[in-house]
Design a protein around this ligand. Structure first.
Ligand SMILES: C[S@@+](CC[C@H](N)C(=O)[O-])C[C@H]1O[C@@H](n2cnc3c(N)ncnc32)[C@H](O)[C@@H]1O
Length: 283
């Protein structure tokens, strides 16, 4: 990551999202999200790629469904990890729902400056500047006001690919520490695939390396296969789990966090061996 500079990859995602149809809900301020994204897009350089556009469209639709369904279930806390310029906290704002966004401080400063300049009120959102490579996220988020005893929807969209496996495992452990019964985690991640997909993956890696936000997951997926002990993620099964979630090309998995201390009884379509011998299961 470029020291002290806002995330370019996050800006590109925001620019892509401007052209996507989003589900309408009887609450929130979709216009505020769009104004933020348009502002970001105006200063982002994006060479539209059909493949990336398709992927981000599916990924965005998936996380939209996750958030809308969580709010529909009565979840009153949403934690967005690696939030970038995600405007769901505006688009899906609802009275009684608190949002927490975590990202590098530089990206958050830039986002907050834009919100202020655009006159967008984000008073229901707590912004927490943090480096996900550092320990202590759970206590920092709790200190910022998230109540670990109340169910939360956690979303990690498009961020796992930038974290090496040890960091990702540490992050999952931190998130698990915040989870209680009813808490769910939705996370998109990168998996190895066909040769054609590997070509696209190499282009992606080159593009993000060029803006000094290098991807880590490729090495991870190769490395963890050789590692002794349980694999952190069963990638082939993850891919299968992506299909019903609508992320055929999306490399994503929906997981339901099992609260700390609870018995580990994986069920559903997919059991993923995970950090600390516990499991998460597909939702
Ligand atoms: C591709 S963007 C995705 C942003 C957002 N989730 C979305 O889908 O619009 C990845 C985000 O992860 C953040 N990120 C990556 N590594 C991070 C780290 N170690 N600590 C904090 N944030 C990180 C970047 O700053 C960036 O905002």
């Amino acid at each position: 990551m470029r020291d002290g500079l806002a995330s370019v990859t996050a800006q590109r995602v925001a620019a892509y999202r401007l052209s996507f149809d989003r589900p309408a809900v009887p609450f929130g301020d979709a216009g505020a999200d769009e104004r933020l994204a348009a502002d970001v897009a105006a200063s982002a350089s994006v060479e539209p790629s059909e493949r990336m556009g398709r992927y981000l469209r599916a990924r965005t639709a998936f996380f939209d469904r996750v958030v809308i369904s969580a709010i529909g279930r009565g979840i009153a806390q949403v934690l967005v990890v690696g939030a970038g310029y995600d405007g769901r906290a505006l688009r899906y704002a609802k009275a009684g729902v608190r949002w927490f966004e975590v990202d590098y401080p530089a990206t958050q400063r830039d986002k907050l400056a834009r919100l202020k300049r655009l006159g967008i009120d984000a008073g229901h959102v707590t912004f927490l500047g943090a480096d996900l490579r550092d320990a202590g996220l759970a206590s920092a988020v709790a200190a910022a006001g998230l109540e670990p005893g109340s169910p939360c929807q956690i979303i990690c969209e498009g961020v796992a690919v930038y974290l090496d496996i040890a960091v990702l495992q540490g992050l999952l452990a931190e998130l698990r520490a915040l989870a209680t019964a009813g808490t769910r985690l939705a996370l998109s991640t990168s998996v190895s695939g066909s040769l054609a997909e590997q070509g696209a993956r190499e282009r992606f890696r080159a593009a993000v390396a060029a803006v000094r936000e290098p991807a880590q997951q490729h090495a991870v997926s190769a490395g963890h296969r050789r590692a002794a002990g349980p694999r952190p993620m069963a990638y082939r099964r993850v891919v299968r789990a992506c299909h019903p979630a609508g992320l055929r090309g999306g490399r994503a998995v929906v997981s339901t966090a099992i609260p700390p201390g609870s018995a580990c009884r994986p069920s559903g379509r997919l059991a993923l061996p995970c950090h600390g011998g516990r499991s998460v299961r597909s939702g």
